[in-house]
Design a protein around this ligand. Structure first.
Ligand code: SF4
Length: 365
């Protein structure tokens, strides 16, 4: 394995919430002791329920917020210690794609200005004419036309606005792009087009992608590796195929078994979770998942499970995953044919990844 492009070592982020004149604020542990690394050229998906800390982790990786403790490295350089011109350069090398393409684009700026703005900072050597040419090139790269540079974000559909966001992210020539739910606000057929575009750009430009997502069909089709988060920590990580076909952590099993229609194409024992996710202000001791885990035992209430080897490049944080995996049985393929809904979703993604036109098309503006 090569040196990681991005690495987090024991990173935590806490927030103070709810303090008054007479009461000390509580500490919300949004991310707790997370370590992960991203290899150049791979797509890492970070998945988990809403509120599990995945977006906070993404913002720390981008240096948009500072960790309370722990260290972050980009290409071996300690991110916190980078400043001045080197920080400007780093900001160009790491770019962010937001969930809501509309609110992330300034409605008063034309597309040409939105896409050209990062070039002013990252490429001050370009003349105005060269900058306009570069904007046209970037628009073409994401499937838009040069004349779109003169229009404003509200004139575009959701998928096209996300393309504008991607063109803006590409303007600084990034090595790494972090997408926070980059397609979740889009219609499913448009999602497939944007997934296709990201896969193409990754291939053409040698990009590395970190994708925060909750849609397991998206993750299944675009990721090389998956990290599963629960209540601020990573409970399982490994190659995408292994996570989907032989999950080891009960929380991952529950996430996968909760997908209606078994959209990812694998049937396994249903694992139902009881209760709500505990508050990150007062997380349970021992294994944080023990209040909802159907396999919890006494040891789970007191002892924090370490993230340990569960197969090639695969780790899980559970005291008993070996026993649980044999108890729940090996997963079996769904009998063919899949349901009509699952089949249509699969074919959309298959088309998208094969580079074929995806139906139905977005309305032209
Ligand atoms: Fe469940 Fe215990 Fe494993 Fe936690 S350590 S996931 S509570 S069996």
């Amino acid at each position: 394995m090569s040196d990681p492009i991005l690495e987090a070592r024991n990173v935590s982020r806490h927030f103070s919430v709810g303090g008054t004149l007479f009461r000390k604020p509580d500490t919300l542990r949004a991310v707790q002791d997370v370590s992960l690394s991203v290899q150049p050229g791979e797509t890492l998906a970070i998945v988990g329920e809403s509120g599990c800390g995945k977006s906070t982790l993404a913002r720390m990786l981008m240096r948009l917020i500072t960790p309370t403790s722990g260290e972050l490295f980009f290409e071996g350089r300690h991110i916190e210690s980078i400043s001045g011109d080197d920080l400007t350069k780093l900001r160009g090398e790491m770019q962010f794609i937001f969930q809501d393409p509309f609110s992330s684009l300034n409605p008063r700026m034309s597309v040409g200005k939105l896409v050209g703005e990062p070039l002013e900072t990252q490429r001050p050597d370009l003349s105005a004419k060269d900058r306009r040419a570069k904007v046209s090139e970037l628009l073409a790269q994401v499937g838009l036309r040069p004349e779109h540079a003169n229009r404003y974000p509200h004139e575009f559909s959701g998928g096209q606005r996300q393309r504008i966001g991607i063109a803006r992210a590409l303007a600084s020539g990034p090595k790494l792009i972090i997408g926070d739910e980059p397609v979740s606000a889009l219609d499913v057929s448009v999602q497939a087009q944007v997934v296709n575009l990201l896969a193409d750009l990754k291939e053409q430009l040698g990009l590395t992608l970190v994708v925060i997502a909750h849609d397991l069909a998206v993750i299944r089709h675009m990721s090389d590796r998956v990290a599963v988060m629960y209540l601020g920590g990573i409970v399982e990580e490994g190659p995408c195929d292994r996570i989907f076909e032989t999950p080891q952590h009960p929380y991952t099993m529950a996430l996968l078994s909760a997908i209606p229609e078994a959209e990812y194409g694998i049937e396994r024992q249903q694992i139902e979770l009881s209760g709500e996710t505990p508050s990150p202000i007062d997380p349970p001791p021992g294994c944080r998942f023990h209040t909802r885990c159907p396999f919890a035992r006494e040891r789970c209430r007191t002892e924090v499970p370490a993230l340990r080897d569960a197969g090639p490049h695969h780790r899980a944080a559970c005291h008993f995953f070996e026993e649980i995996a044999s108890e729940t049985g090996a997963p079996a393929r769904l009998p063919e044919p899949r349901s009509a809904a699952a089949e249509s979703r699969f074919s959309l993604y298959a088309d998208a990844l094969a580079g074929a036109p995806v139906r139905p098309r977005e309305p032209e503006t």
